[in-house]
Structures are given as structure tokens and as C-alpha cells.
Write a protein that binds this ligand. Structure first.
Ligand code: 3PG
Ligand code: MG
Length: 399
């Protein structure tokens, strides 16, 4: 595998050249105010952008935000991101009102050496996510026309076969940015020979989203700790009633099979925080995992579970964590996620946090980011990497 990286491009010289950087600036926004609630993904791409600025490139940044349906939609505009990016870079970022239209072309044409432009949301164009190769290719042609070289630093999107990720690199000299390189370096330690015990903690709402990674990890991990909304389908598979908790009925049998296949490897909650409603002020109690009242729903793992998980984590040498243990956005249901996160930071282990939500949880709970080995900017991307899948964005850089 040979991937050229940013240093190779810088060595060629980029002064005065237009360098198109695919970033993942898909940051969470406050539903009411539209403010950026976590700028981790913007900060993560700064090393690449700063290096290009310093080398005198004309830096053209592109990204998606949210999932607009192939047409402009103001709630998904990248304009606020341009503002924040400018603050972090310490220099204004020119914003193009469209992605590949008149505004984009003139904004790029007016860039001086060492200046940065951000194009409007890639997904305002149907070609970006199209399944049709020709439609994607036509959009990739337009996008590639805005650069002389291409840098992929959008680790969070490398698992998408999208024009900006998969098709543009076929049209321009291409390299991996600093973030993509670091992410791949770290994750390859987990797929290689991780130091043992290797413990994986999985949370989040749906088993169906995590099934492939569970299948892939089960033979290689020493323990798999499961919390979050997805634990209730497993509890149901163990024969427990789960009240009105999140449940994927059609996955119960699959979960049962997984439990049978690796006896003792999968660890489930022994207690949960069960509430009357999905609300921050809902009445709630800690109950045994096999005693969830029929009218209540589990919104967090309980303290006994946290203690059990923490005991396993304290012995681990390698840890991967993806997905919150409960509804951490509501204070009453944040203790599970906080407890597990703290246990990970205390362990004498190489720890990797994967996923936008878990990374945001780390920051929202005020935990020290530097006490984790690595916080990945990719959710789906890091999971698919661990599954051993070919990632279209990485494969495109190898060619
Ligand atoms: C993410 O947030 O997972 C990445 O930015 C990719 O976004 P997507 O899941 O909408 O493709
Ligand atoms: Mg996603």
C-alpha cells in the first residue's frame, strides 16, 4: 500500500497552486440557534490547512454538512463553519455561496497565495452522493476544475463512495492529509496485534448499525461491553422484559446468536436507569436489568454496571470505545457515559474513542481529551475500518 501524503505534496512545492482539500466539517449545530456546539472536527483539520497556508498554497476547502437532499437548504449552509474556521486559523476564510458555480469559481480565482476559501455544502449538489457513476463523475469534473492538487483530510467521510471522496482523486494529483494519515495509523494498531486484554465498549442506539462491527470484532476482542440503547435488544434476547425501551424486535434472534457464539465475552448491563418518558425531567429510578417496569424505558446504564465495566477496563491494555452508554445530553442520564469514559481515562491502556457522538460526549462532559490515546473524528468510518472493509476514500488515494 503506498499512499502519498501532505509532506510529499509540500516537497513538490505548492506556492501559488490551488489545493483542493476535502475536509469533514460536518459539525453538530444547535437546533434552535444554529450555533456550532462542538468544533472538534474543524480543529482536527487545522494542521493540514495551516501547513498549506504557510507553504503559500491557494487553499480551497470543501465539505458536507448534515444530509441535505442534493439541493441548497439554508439550514445546512457551511457559512457558520467558515466563520469559525477563520477564527481558528487567525485569518478570514472566503466563503463561496455555491459549490462549483459562479461564486465558487470567482472566489477561487480571487484567492491570493496563502489564503483559504470554503465552498458551500457539497451535498447541495445531486452529483456528490449519486449512485450513478456518470452523474457523480460530472460533478467530480467540476470540483476538480477548482484545484491543481487534491488533499483528502476528511477521515469521517472516507467510507462514503461520494464524488469528492472517491472520484476527484482520480482526476487530480492526490495525497492524504495529516488527519487521515494519523487516523489510519492509529486504527491499524487495533486491527494489527493490539496489546491484550483488548476491550471494546459499544453503545449508541441501534444494534443494526453495529452488527457488522460486532461480527468482525467478536473473534478478536477479549471482552465486548455493551451499553446504550442497543443493549435492550440484547437484554430481550436473554429473555428479559425491557418495558418501553428502544428495541429492535427483528434483531433479537441475531443478538441471541451472538451471545451464544461467544459465551462470557459479551458483557451486558446488570442495572439500568429507567424513566417514565424520554425527557430531561422524567421520573426515573435505577432498576435491575431483569426488572424494568413495563411502562418505563431505560435511558442509561446503572451504577453497578458502570462499576463492572470499570473493573474490566482497569485491566485492559487496549480499548476502543464507540457510542454513548445513555442519553448523555440529559444530565439525569449522563452518569453511565461519564463513568465509562472516566474508567477509560484511568486505565493504563492505549485507548481510542471512535465516533462523532462519543467524541462530542467526551468534550460535552468536560473530560480531558488528552487523557485518551486518540479521539477519532470518524464514526461510521472508524467502525468500517475496524470491520476490515475497503474504504472508498482510502482506496482512491492508493491508486
Ligand atoms: C459523519 O458525521 O458520520 C460523517 O460526517 C459522515 O456523514 P454521513 O454519515 O452523513 O455520510
Ligand atoms: Mg454518520
Amino acid at each position: 500500500m503506498s499512499i502519498r501524503d501532505l509532506d510529499d505534496l509540500l516537497a513538490e512545492g505548492v506556492s501559488g497552486r490551488r489545493v483542493l482539500v476535502r475536509a469533514d466539517l460536518n459539525v453538530p449545530l444547535d437546533k434552535q440557534t444554529g450555533d456550532i456546539t462542538d468544533d472538534g472536527r474543524i480543529r482536527a483539520v487545522l494542521p493540514t490547512l495551516s501547513a498549506l497556508v504557510q507553504a503559500g498554497a491557494k487553499v480551497v476547502v470543501c465539505s458536507h454538512l448534515g444530509r441535505p437532499k442534493g439541493a441548497p437548504d439554508p439550514q445546512f449552509s457551511l457559512r457558520p463553519v467558515a466563520g469559525r474556521l477563520g477564527e481558528l486559523l487567525g485569518a478570514p476564510v472566503h466563503f463561496a455561496e455555491d459549490t462549483v458555480g459562479d461564486s465558487a469559481r470567482s472566489t477561487v480565482a480571487e484567492l491570493a497565495d496563502g489564503q483559504v476559501a470554503l465552498l458551500e455544502n457539497l451535498r447541495f449538489n445531486k452529483g456528490e452522493t449519486s449512485k450513478d457513476d456518470a452523474e457523480r463523475g460530472a460533478f467530480a469534473d467540476q470540483l476538480a476544475g477548482l484545484g491543481d492538487a487534491y488533499v483528502d483530510d476528511a477521515f469521517g467521510a472516507v467510507h462514503r463512495k461520494h464524488a469528492s471522496v472517491h472520484d476527484v482523486p482520480a482526476r487530480l494529483p492526490h495525497v492524504a492529509g495529516r488527519l487521515v494519515l494519523r487516523e489510519v495509523e492509529v486504527l491499524s494498531k487495533l486491527t494489527g496485534e493490539p496489546e491484550r486484554p483488548y476491550v471494546v465498549v459499544l453503545g449508541g442506539s441501534k444494534v443494526s448499525d453495529k452488527l457488522a462491527v460486532i461480527e468482525a470484532l467478536l473473534p478478536t476482542v477479549d471482552r465486548l461491553l455493551i451499553g446504550g440503547g442497543m443493549c435492550f435488544t440484547f437484554l430481550k434476547a436473554q429473555g428479559h422484559e425491557v418495558g418501553t425501551s428502544l428495541l429492535e424486535e427483528e434483531m433479537v434472534e441475531t443478538c441471541g446468536n451472538l451471545l451464544e457464539r461467544a459465551p462470557g465475552k459479551i458483557m451486558l448491563p446488570v442495572d439500568v436507569v429507567a424513566a417514565d418518558a424520554f425527557a430531561p425531567d422524567a421520573a426515573h429510578d435505577t432498576v435491575p436489568a431483569d426488572g424494568i417496569p413495563s411502562h418505563r424505558l431505560g435511558l442509561d446504564i446503572g451504577p453497578e454496571t458502570v462499576a463492572g465495566f470499570a473493573a474490566v477496563l482497569s485491566q485492559a491494555k487496549t480499548i476502543f470505545w464507540n457510542g454513548p452508554m445513555g442519553v448523555f445530553e440529559m444530565a439525569a442520564f449522563a452518569n453511565g457515559t461519564r463513568g465509562v469514559a472516566e474508567a477509560i481515562t484511568k486505565a493504563d491502556a492505549f485507548s481510542v474513542v471512535g465516533g462523532g457522538d462519543s467524541a462530542a460526549a467526551v468534550r460535552a462532559l468536560g473530560l480531558d481529551e488528552s487523557s485518551f490515546g486518540h479521539i477519532s473524528t470518524g464514526g461510521g468510518a472508524s467502525l468500517e475500518y475496524l470491520e476490515g472493509k475497503t474504504l472508498p476514500g482510502i482506496a482512491a488515494l492508493e491508486n
